[in-house]
Each structure stands twice: as structure tokens, then as C-alpha cells.
Design a protein around this ligand. Structure first.
Ligand code: SF4
Ligand code: SF4
Length: 229
């Protein structure tokens, strides 16, 4: 299946059995979306670090708006690429006689009650061993940190699954907590992986158009040389 993917150098890939997602809210569980589903295939593409950091480089109103367009366009482009790759996998599985549902990267949609899409892509990716949750509430991949976009295919095919990662990628770091302009992040307590006030975050994002501080400042996956040692 990996041979179907077009960008092996910047792709993350994993498979999870759907029972690893049984804790999802009602209406968002794999069974609610595709009855008799057995596996979820997740893939992600990295975003360009410098492109995502454009917003923090200052400039006047017009130049900032151009930068926002470059960031938004980059995210849209990657999402489209991912959906093309996901479609190839989904149609391949369908040709083999399996049912498939494609959770799109381009059109996730948001359920306002839980602020999540029909199927949570980051939970699916965590279940598929692609990464772990960071204190910023995002999926951290060892390779690229949180700077990945994701898509997923739910299927009734039984596909060999990947092991979940158990690594703590945050350790003593608190950068996202300390730099969040909305103070929406705090040190996780009671064995939780992260603590975020989603409404503070959303309100702040509404006011600032596009806060991505916790995505761009995260040091995980930034040191390319470490990845190749
Ligand atoms: S997106 Fe911005 S406001 Fe929301 S948690 Fe991240 S840093 Fe805080
Ligand atoms: S910035 Fe630091 S604490 Fe926050 S998610 Fe990244 S590694 Fe974890």
C-alpha cells in the first residue's frame, strides 16, 4: 500500500485497528461512520517549516496578508495532495472488494460540541503509531514535530497494524505553554497528555486570524541532522 504514496520522503504512514479509537465521542466512532470497519490507514505530509513561520516575521498589514495567503495556500496544497493520495488508497481497497470511507484533509469540518471532525485525524494518527500527543494538544511526529497535515481511510479490510509510540517527546519542554498568546495551554495534570482551553484558543484565533504559535515554536522534529544520525 505504501507504494501507492507519491511522496515517500515527506510522508508519514501508519495503520491502526479501529478498536484503538473506541474512546471517541458518540457519532465519531469508527462504527458510527463505517459499520464493520476494522482498520484505519493514516497518512500525513510535512509542511515546510519556514513557510509556516512566515507570519512571525513582521511587516506591515499588506505584507502580513500576503504572507497569510502563502501559508493558507501551502496548507491547502498539502491537503489536496494528501486527499489525492488517500483517494488512491481508498479506491485500491474498494477495487479489492472492501468498503472505504475517506476522512478528507481538505474538508474536515468541525463538530462545535467537541471541536473535532467526523473522525479525529490526530487521534487516528496516534492510534496508528505515527506520533504522540504533545502539551500543545497536537500530534507530534518524531520526524517533523506537529508540522504535518493528515488524512485517513477507514475500511473493513483487516490490515496489519503498526505499534503505537510510547515516547515522551515533550519531556521538560514548556515552550508552547509559555508562548501561547491566549494562555489556553497549561501543564497537563492527572495523567492527561495535554490541557487546553479550546474556547480560549478559538477566541484568540478569531481575534488574530491565524495563531500557529504552538505549531511553529515546537522544537520537535526541527533538527534535521538528528533525524539522520
Ligand atoms: S493556536 Fe495559538 S492560541 Fe491556540 S493553543 Fe496554540 S498558541 Fe495558543
Ligand atoms: S513546544 Fe515543547 S512542550 Fe509544547 S508540544 Fe512541543 S515539545 Fe511539547
Amino acid at each position: 500500500m505504501k507504494n501507492i504514496i507519491l511522496h515517500p520522503e515527506s510522508t508519514v504512514f501508519g495503520v491502526a485497528p479501529t478498536d484503538r479509537l473506541s474512546g471517541a465521542p458518540e457519532g465519531h466512532q469508527p462504527e458510527d461512520i463505517l459499520p464493520d470497519s476494522n482498520s484505519v490507514v493514516v497518512l500525513g505530509l510535512k509542511m515546510l517549516d519556514a513557510q509556516m513561520e512566515l507570519q512571525s516575521t513582521g511587516g506591515d498589514y499588506y505584507s502580513r496578508s500576503l504572507r497569510e495567503k502563502m501559508i493558507g495556500g501551502h496548507i491547502s496544497f498539502i491537503s489536496l495532495e494528501l486527499d489525492r493520495m488517500g483517494y488512491k488508497i481508498a479506491t485500491y481497497l474498494e477495487r479489492e472488494g472492501f468498503k472505504t470511507f475517506h476522512q478528507l484533509s481538505t474538508e474536515g469540518g468541525v463538530d462545535d460540541r467537541y471541536l473535532l471532525g467526523l473522525m479525529s485525524l490526530k487521534h487516528a494518527a496516534e492510534a496508528a503509531g505515527i506520533g504522540v500527543f504533545g502539551k500543545n494538544s497536537l500530534l507530534l511526529t518524531p520526524e517533523y514535530g506537529p508540522r504535518v497535515r493528515l488524512t485517513a481511510i477507514l475500511t473493513d479490510a483487516e490490515i496489519e497494524s503498526d505499534k503505537q509510540l510510547s515516547k515522551d517527546l515533550c519531556q521538560e519542554c514548556r515552550i508552547c505553554i509559555e508562548t501561547c498568546p491566549a494562555e489556553a495551554l497549561s501543564e497537563p495534570e492527572d495523567n492527561s497528555l495535554y490541557q487546553i482551553d479550546k474556547f480560549l484558543c478559538c477566541n484568540s484565533r478569531g481575534a488574530r486570524a491565524s495563531c500557529r504559535e504552538c505549531l511553529t515554536k515546537c522544537p520537535v522534529g526541527k533538527n534535521r541532522s538528528e533525524r539522520f544520525l
